[in-house]
Design a binder for this molecule. Structure first.
Ligand code: FAD
Length: 292
């Protein structure tokens, strides 16, 4: 999606073929719809439910056409963005264990099953601290901490890396999108019974220059009332609000504790009722109504 923005900004007509109805399958539906709307309203042709069957080349060997189940498309350039898989053949060759989701398994010191071999980064699985499951989350935020710990321990130290909640962001033209923690589907798939609520608030006091709408979706566990995940989208700094929610998730705050956070109110920076607090209060209400 970021490449689509780069192409469009350089006057290049861009078509995005996607195998789902909406982009970014791990996000909540309204966030995915917002991402698609941002693409389309800036001029990207979005083709949903599209499975690419063939890339055709001209007589010089240059790609000239993409053939999909939804039709074909003449092109000068193709960017393939279909995710990544760790290449762990080297480790597997010496009997090092891997997660069923992909990636080398290590302990908290980044030691593999062989105690003289350390692993870190995109070749590794990582423990998700929200549901305590191994996942494959290839991000620089994870790789850099694992690398630090592996390096320190290889030099005789005793550093520990416990895991991640998964915190990521993407920019689609003017729209900032962030996800922290589990999606509602991931939470349900790992045994949580969830309640999900979405709100839209202001990033600053309404009359301040630069005020923008911020959309927050919270996912909470009905039983423990813990915050499990969140999506945030909007313009002008929406993404950085997700870091507060990430801390709440990592520290296992309940939705009520999130609603009680003493967040800044100051007209140029934030409204009295920050979108995070509004989202927490609305999720709390929904939680109470489902428990009745
Ligand atoms: C387009 C793009 C955007 C991204 N944006 C973000 C972002 O915004 N935020 C974020 O957190 N993450 C982002 N990531 C993910 C992030 O880049 C990776 O998670 C991170 O770089 C992983 O670090 P690493 O050291 O494990 O692997 P790498 O950075 O891939 O480094 C591995 C190195 O090992 C070398 N190598 C491979 N095989 C061998 C071999 N046999 N012998 C010697 N050397 C070898 C490779 O050449 C490479 O230099 C992005 C990734 C991509 C592709």
């Amino acid at each position: 999606m970021e490449m689509a923005e780069a192409f469009l900004s350089n006057g290049i007509e861009t078509t995005l073929l996607h195998r789902s109805e909406l982009p970014m399958s791990r996000l909540e539906r309204d966030t995915r719809q917002a991402a698609k709307d941002a693409l389309v309203c800036h001029g990207v042709t979005f083709v949903p439910m599209s499975i690419v069957r063939e890339l055709r080349a001209d007589s010089t060997g240059k790609i000239c056409e993409v053939v999909a189940n939804t039709g074909s498309c003449k092109t000068d350039l193709v960017v393939i963005a279909i995710g990544v898989k760790p290449n762990t053949g080297l480790a597997r060759g010496v009997g090092i264990r891997e997660s069923s989701h992909g990636g080398i398994l290590t302990d908290q010191r980044q030691v593999t099953g062989i105690d003289t071999i350390f692993a870190a980064g995109d070749c590794c699985a990582v423990k998700n601290l929200v549901n305590n499951k191994w996942m494959y989350i290839p991000l620089a935020t994870t790789a850099s901490k694992q690398g630090w710990v592996a390096g320190e321990n290889a030099a005789g130290g005793s550093a520990v890396f416990k895991g991640v909640i998964r915190a990521l962001a993407v920019k689609v033209f003017d729209l900032e999108i962030a996800q922290v923690g589990l999606s509602s589907k991931e939470a349900e798939d790992t045994g949580f019974s969830v309640v999900t609520e979405s709100i839209t608030g202001n990033s600053k006091i309404g009359f301040m220059p630069g005020n923008a709408r911020v959309h927050v979706t919270l996912v909470a566990d009905k039983k423990s009332e813990r915050v499990l995940g969140a999506n945030v989208y909007g313009e002008n700094g929406a993404v950085l609000r997700a870091n507060t929610l990430g801390v709440a998730i990592q520290q296992k705050l309940t939705i009520d504790e999130l609603a009680q956070l003493d967040l800044i109110y100051s007209p140029p920076f934030a409204p009295l009722w920050d979108p995070i607090l509004i989202a927490a209060n609305q999720t709390n209400k929904r939680l109470r109504s489902t428990l009745r």
